[in-house]
Write a protein that binds this ligand. Structure first.
Ligand code: GLN
Length: 493
């Protein structure tokens, strides 16, 4: 059977068609499922999707159609197929974090962010591949094999939300959810040529997100354009009694602020955008540098004042992140002991059962992080590593506060130092960690940041990053929306 092709439509455009009765929810879902099957078929499988339940998705589509008949309208995401990273709890589909230790685990409840998208009419069609427990930058650390970049099958889609970014880039879904601890939404979005957003820490409930490093983790949307990403963030943001770290601040209506600017000649008039020199080091790919310079020129032509800014503690972000994140991970992952969830080793003695379950269940990178984290938290080393890292984290946050305190509205940087690398190319964990050099800073400081496509180098997508002050997502979206329009269609595939 052939299905209509909705793969180039934005989520807002497709939802308008469904809501207006021009496309049925079932047709929309069937088209997405067909594309997912195509992308998963054969030896060249993109391996972006871990779990899918076609029957359940069709049943959801039928009940949405029924509800629409009764109410006369669907939600803001009526009939939109969505893909969800496999570390977010969903009903009726496994949630395994791409780890053997959670093989077969199905959550009895769903993540708040997923529930909120579904309340607006979205339908979950797939759980996506990822680095095990979100630890990695390439989706190669999955117990279910590496995912491929739909733009170039020999290359990684980035990580750890590589399956979600790839599913959007491959046209399987217009909207996906990923999670960020240190760049895991923005980096794969940049590698796959799509838009990815990391909200302010506390903007989106983490309820139902399997914890990696609780002081850094946030859920974020991945979409084909800025407008869809802003809509998704509006929907998933806001207070949740199930997550005490989630802010009760009112959620801004981002789209109401930037959509009217579409007709303005200078939509960024009155804004100051900072360009931190530390994000343009010598090792930066020259093609990426050139595209960033072009974007900076465009920002000026849109009315923004562009100024140089210093963020002197940027170089400390990777070492600080790789102490704090593993420390929190070693504590969070202690709960996976074979007693309550997933796989259990069949060994008579209790201690041996714990040891064997964990040795067999966790992959190499997760094991490395647990060992590292346990070490930096242990008596005698805590002050030298963990406590010190926390105080340097304060310095990194101060860099941002200083910049935004001096009248800078947003920062512009590259999202990644390179374009998507080949599968298997980075074998040294340290080299892999360095791909997060421009993204971990925003997680450490808790500020919102996003990546949008700004062009291609050698056929591969490049992401530009916009960072704003705490809870200033509307400023970030305003800059991104104007830049996206100025870049025209050329930055998008
Ligand atoms: N690549 C980083 C890491 O491996 C960030 C991962 C993430 O944001 N989840 O920890």
């Amino acid at each position: 059977m052939t299905f209509p092709d909705f793969s180039r439509l934005s989520a807002t455009a497709l939802a308008a068609k469904v809501d207006g009765g021009n496309v049925s929810p079932l047709d929309s879902i069937n088209a997405s499922l067909a594309r997912a099957r195509e992308a998963g078929a054969g030896r060249e499988s993109l391996n972006l999707i871990l779990w899918s339940n076609e029957q359940l998705a069709r049943r959801d589509a039928a009940s949405l159609a029924e509800g629409m008949n009764r109410a006369g309208k669907g939600g803001r995401l009526a009939g939109i197929p969505i893909a969800v990273k496999d570390n977010l709890a969903t009903l009726g589909l496994p949630t395994t974090c791409a780890s053997k230790i959670l093989a077969g685990y199905v959550s009895p409840y769903e993540a708040t962010a997923v529930a909120r998208l579904r309340e607006e009419g979205a339908i979950v069609v797939a759980k996506t591949n990822m680095d095990e427990f979100a630890m990695g930058s390439s989706t190669e650390n999955s117990a279910y094999g590496p995912a491929r970049n739909p733009i170039d099958l020999r290359r990684v889609p980035g990580g750890s939300s590589g399956g979600s970014a790839g599913a959007v880039a491959a046209g399987i879904v217009p909207l996906a959810l990923g999670s960020e601890t240190g760049g895991s939404v923005r980096q794969p979005a940049a590698f796959c040529g799509v838009v990815g957003v990391k909200p302010t820490y506390g903007r989106v409930s983490r309820f139902g997100l399997v914890a990696f490093a609780s002081s850094l983790d946030q859920i974020g949307p991945i979409a084909r354009n800025v407008d869809d990403a802003a809509l998704a963030l509006e929907i998933i943001s806001g207070v949740d009694p199930n997550d005490s770290t989630c802010s009760s601040r009112k959620v801004d209506t981002y789209r109401d602020e930037f959509l009217p600017l579409a007709t303005s000649a200078e939509p960024l008039d009155g804004m100051t955008i900072g360009v931190p020199e530390e994000y343009f080091p010598e090792m930066l790919d020259p093609g990426i540098r050139a595209l960033c310079e072009r974007s900076i020129d465009l920002l000026k032509s849109l009315g923004a004042k562009v100024v140089d800014v210093k963020m002197p503690n940027t170089a400390l972000a990777i070492p600080v992140y790789y102490i704090i994140a593993p420390a929190e991970a070693s504590s969070n992952l202690a709960r996976f002991d074979g007693v309550r969830y997933g796989a259990r080793a069949e060994t008579a003695a209790l201690r041996d059962m714990y040891a064997e379950t964990r040795s067999k269940g966790f992959g190499d990178e997760v094991t490395r992080r647990i060992l590292l984290g346990t070490y930096v938290l242990s008596a005698g080393y805590y002050d030298a590593y963990y406590r010190k890292a926390q105080s340097v984290r304060g310095l990194i946050t101060r860099d941002f506060r200083d910049a935004f305190g001096r009248g800078i509205d947003a920062l512009f940087t590259p999202t990644t130092p390179t374009t998507a690398f080949a599968i298997g190319a980075l074998t040294d964990p340290y080299e892999m960690y360095m791909s997060d050099i421009f993204t971990v800073t925003a997680n450490l400081a808790g500020v919102p940041a996003m990546s949008l496509p700004i062009g291609r180098v050698g056929g591969l997508p490049v992401g530009g990053q916009i960072i704003a002050s705490h809870f200033c997502e509307s400023t970030m979206f305003r800059v991104a929306y104007a830049l996206e329009a100025a870049l025209g269609g050329e930055a998008h595939q």
